[in-house]
Design a protein around this ligand. Structure first.
Ligand SMILES: [Fe+2]
Length: 239
């Protein structure tokens, strides 16, 4: 499987996943359609599916255009069916979805929104975390509770350490400032900041990251209990 990271809108990431045998593709969280269409045409791909992690406009903005142009299916969480434009394939929490081209499991990770999900492509061990987990940060709590978000992050922490994490926004540099403010002596964090600064200087996205690096460096994954997580999340909202 080949992955193309597509920058959308101001700081969103969409991902085009390609089965290289069939040239069939799916796109995760198309915030807008234009950059996706350009790549589908240039690479001569067949866009078969759209997958959405949650209903926010900057993740679903391209759905209807793409669905109309390529006649692709729109896959989302069954409990979010009234919120995701064009949805016509419904997946449940912990459901394995398989077809000839792709195979992934959906996990419900409420907090940022009530119906947020993440997608795990277990053969390649890739996790698409949308706005639940970012590199060096986590999503803001809009619809859900601190408790839900804390548990959603706990679920992610239980994947294997070599899982590659593909997240929804290029917030890494801003997030790194908050992490180093609260964890100033973390040598691994210092190294990670050097790496991401170098990437950003070259205009290279900081996605993907690995779960191991996030466990080492992401201060939200280091919180031991709900109380400390909630305090930290509030501090970040005002940082
Ligand atoms: Fe969002």
């Amino acid at each position: 499987m080949r992955i193309i990271t597509v920058k959308c809108l101001d700081d969103n990431f969409s991902y085009i996943l390609i089965n290289e045998e069939s040239n069939n593709a799916c796109v995760i969280d198309p915030g807008e359609s234009k950059p996706i269409i350009d790549i589908i045409i240039k690479e001569k791909l067949n866009l078969k599916y759209i997958l959405n992690t949650h209903h926010h406009g900057d993740h679903v903005g391209g759905n209807l255009d793409l669905k109309e142009k390529f006649n692709c299916g729109v896959i989302g969480f069954n409990k979010d069916k009234n919120n995701i434009p064009g949805i016509n394939i419904f997946v449940k929490d912990k459901e394995l979805y398989q077809n000839n081209d792709f195979e992934f499991t959906t996990y419900h990770t409420p907090g940022h929104t009530k119906g947020h999900v993440i997608f795990h492509f277990h053969i390649q061990n890739l996790l698409f975390t949308g706005d639940t987990l970012f590199s060096l940060g986590c999503g803001r709590i809009f619809e859900g509770s601190y408790d839900q978000m804390f548990n959603s992050l706990k679920l992610i922490k239980n994947f294997s350490k070599d899982t590659l994490i593909y997240f929804g926004h290029e917030y890494t540099f801003q997030n790194s400032k908050f992490c180093s403010h609260h964890d100033p002596d973390n040598g691994k964090l210092k190294n990670k900041i050097l790496e991401i600064t170098d990437k950003l200087k070259k205009n290279v996205p900081t996605t993907p990251t690995s779960l191991k690096e996030e466990l080492d460096c992401n201060i939200f994954l280091k919180c031991k209990d709900l109380n400390s997580f909630s305090k930290l999340r509030e501090l970040k909202d005002n940082f």
